[in-house]
Design a protein. Structure first.
Length: 366
């Protein structure tokens, strides 16, 4: 073999077909695109926490003396601390390098070539991406005009090769929750049901109490949003003990680094302070909703998360998104058939909300 084509021929066929996941660019790239200094960028495209981590995180990271040691592969301190936070037994918990890793691990446990999962679209893109990495297929069932799950269509979409159903609650990007009755309806299929509660702290509704009743239920959480630890990558899953034991045995041994562990533990010690920030984000979300409703031609969708999905005037989604980018305001736009005129706005600081609303008035009016 003496050329790159020969190396590519050794790749698995389904890996050769994968399209890269589209994530969030760094501030420097956004600044270069807009032609402004990085400190002038308004970055509201990743659903990040505008207040950052608890002050205790930096203190704890600076004081910890043993970064030369490997982390505990059994996650003993992490699982005990999370058990106290979640109110479930530690043997039901697995921590991961972000909840993205837990999505990947679950799919590798259940899905292989020829298998499929069901997702209600539009939804978080990592479910489809990680399924394709495993060689599986994705059955997309469109949500209705209000972005609600069509439970009957989800059930009838299942085939003999369907292994799992994945969805967030609140949904990303629409911000609406899935009811307990709908979750039970999906669990009654007997398939693995994964409820991604990345935005739980902003809505307060969880499926965790159902985990003891349904061994086929997994609930995912993250510290990226409410605790401001997106850059440190720390998530967790709550599941049946047998499933947790299997996942602990197959995950990379040191998948959660020591900095992430220290940051999580420090965050849990400052829950009251972090939840005050969550309340501030919810209040700012509601203020932004009221302001967006006042812009003619713009329809903001009610949200229980830390973002708002806005429908732009027909046929103008891409144009308005590009206009925001030129102004150094970076939001989220997909351009898919279901979302071609929709833009998602993360909740930022009050002055960022005001800048977005002012720019949107100008762009829609122009």
């Amino acid at each position: 073999m003496n050329n790159s084509d020969s190396i590519k021929d050794l790749l698995l066929p389904h890996i050769r077909r994968i399209k890269p996941y589209s994530g969030v660019d760094p501030m420097e790239a956004m600044a270069q695109q807009a032609g402004i200094p990085p400190e002038k960028v308004i970055r509201l495209n990743g659903n990040e926490n505008p207040y950052g981590p608890s002050p205790r995180v930096a203190e704890a990271l600076g004081a910890f003396p043993h970064y030369n040691h490997y982390p505990d592969q059994d996650q003993r301190r992490l699982r005990e601390a999370l058990s106290d936070y979640l109110g479930v037994d530690a043997n039901r918990i697995v921590a991961g390098n972000g909840s993205d890793e837990l999505i990947d691990l679950l799919l590798r446990m259940f899905v292989g070539p020829g298998d499929n999962i069901i997702i209600p679209t539009p939804t978080f893109g990592m479910y489809a991406f990680s399924t394709e990495v495993c060689g599986g297929e994705v059955i997309s069932v469109e949500r209705d005009e209000n972005f609600e799950i069509d439970l009957e269509s989800m059930r009838t979409a299942a085939t003999a090769n369907t292994k799992a159903i994945f969805f967030p609650s609140p949904n990303n990007p629409s911000g609406n929750i899935v009811s307990e009755a709908q979750i039970r309806g999906m669990l009654d299929t007997g398939l693995l049901v994964v409820v991604d509660e990345a935005y739980y702290e902003f809505c307060g509704e969880t499926a965790i109490p159902l985990v003891e009743e349904y061994p086929n239920l997994v609930v995912l959480r993250t510290f990226s949003k409410w605790a401001g630890l997106a850059g440190l990558r720390i998530g967790l899953g709550v599941m049946h003990p047998d499933l947790a034991s299997t996942m602990m045995g197959m995950k990379p041994p040191y998948n959660v680094n020591l900095a992430s562990e220290i940051a999580l533990l420090a965050s849990l010690e400052d829950r009251p302070g972090l939840l005050e920030r969550v309340n501030a984000i919810v209040a700012e979300r509601d203020r932004m909703m009221d302001l967006l409703k006042q812009i003619p031609g713009v329809t903001p969708w009610p949200s229980r998360a830390n973002f708002i999905l806005c429908q732009m005037p027909e046929g103008r989604g891409q144009e308005i998104f590009d206009g925001f980018c030129r102004k150094g305001i970076f939001l989220r736009y997909w351009g898919t058939p279901q979302l071609k005129d929709f833009i998602r706005i993360s909740v930022g600081l009050p002055h960022e909300t005001d800048a977005v609303v002012e720019a949107l008035r100008e762009l829609v009016g122009g």
